[in-house]
Design a protein around this ligand. Structure first.
Ligand code: PXL
Length: 274
């Protein structure tokens, strides 16, 4: 069985990061290991949140894993709470990354804005971590922040492709941008260094936290189960769409989490078809 370690925060309420990524990776039939970067009462999209930074815990956790000769097939980083943590995660990649696929989701913003609690120099620092990645998975806002481009919700396909070329030169294996809008559709565009691959679904009029996190986890889970990058992107986008549609159809839904749980059977079926 393949083994992924994902390094991101644990938000007790508000499905995102570890609480979303771990069950999706498990559903792919891949061992899901998690290292928390911070412990939050709830994600930062709420009006208030309590956050405890876990930076100091990273080196002893890494040392403990090393002592047991534990290895990983992929290292997947998501929300990172501080700039100092990025250096420690880079050290973790030095220790454990030799035979692992490095997947960096540079989680830092949405809808043109950086998440509250992150400093304005955050993008220039995470860019360095992106240089360690094999695969990069920003949303449109994060791609603009990484590449110092003006954000616009209706950015053209040509500009998306231009950004993908730049992102690919940072990571070298595959880059994709999520949350791309075209007409009434929303989806992702990937680039493998020679061809672009687009995958779109109808755009549902609902704001859901955590959609990027389940998409990234679903993509990497599919890759670990043998899907090529474009196929994995198709599976991840259609699973995320399914989850958003289910969330939208629930009259009792709360604003703080995509109901991905009910879409897991769909994802498992797609994985079984690889
Ligand atoms: O889903 C992205 C994310 C991850 N982690 C934390 C967040 C968010 C988005 O708001 O606040 C703590």
């Amino acid at each position: 069985m393949k083994r992924i370690v994902t390094i991101q925060d644990f938000s007790c309420v508000g499905k995102c990061s570890l609480t979303s990524a771990l069950p999706v990776i498990s559903a792919a039939g891949v061992e899901a290991c998690g290292i928390p970067t911070a412990l939050l009462s709830n994600h930062t999209g709420f009006d208030t949140f309590y956050s405890r930074d876990l930076t100091e815990e990273l080196p002893p956790i890494g040392a403990g894993l090393k002592r047991e000769n534990i290895t990983f097939d992929a290292i997947y980083t998501g929300y990172i709470a501080s700039i100092h943590q990025m250096q420690l995660i880079s050290d973790f990649i030095d220790e454990f990354g030799d035979d692992a696929l490095i997947f960096v989701d540079p989680v830092m913003g949405d809808n043109g804005r950086i998440y509250s609690g992150l400093s304005s120099d955050y993008p220039e620092h995470i860019r360095k971590l992106c240089g360690r990645a094999d695969i990069l998975a920003p949303n449109v806002t994060e791609a603009c922040l990484l590449l110092n481009k003006e954000y616009s919700p209706d950015i053209s396909r040509g500009e998306i492709e231009q950004m993908l070329v730049e992102l690919f030169s940072l990571c070298g294996k595959y880059a994709f941008i999520t949350g791309v809008r075209e007409g009434g559709n929303i989806g992702a565009v990937g680039y493998d260094g020679s061809e672009f691959h687009a995958c779109f679904m109808p755009h549902e009029d609902i704001v859901c936290a955590g959609t990027g996190d389940i998409l990234s986890a679903a993509f990497l889970g599919a890759v670990m189960r043998g899907a090529d990058f474009n196929k994995a992107l198709d599976i991840a986008v259609s699973f995320t769409y399914e989850a958003v549609r289910i969330t939208e159809n629930d009259p009792e839904r709360r604003f703080y989490g995509v109901q991905f749980e009910l879409a897991l059977p769909y994802y498992i079926e797609k994985i079984s078809e690889i």
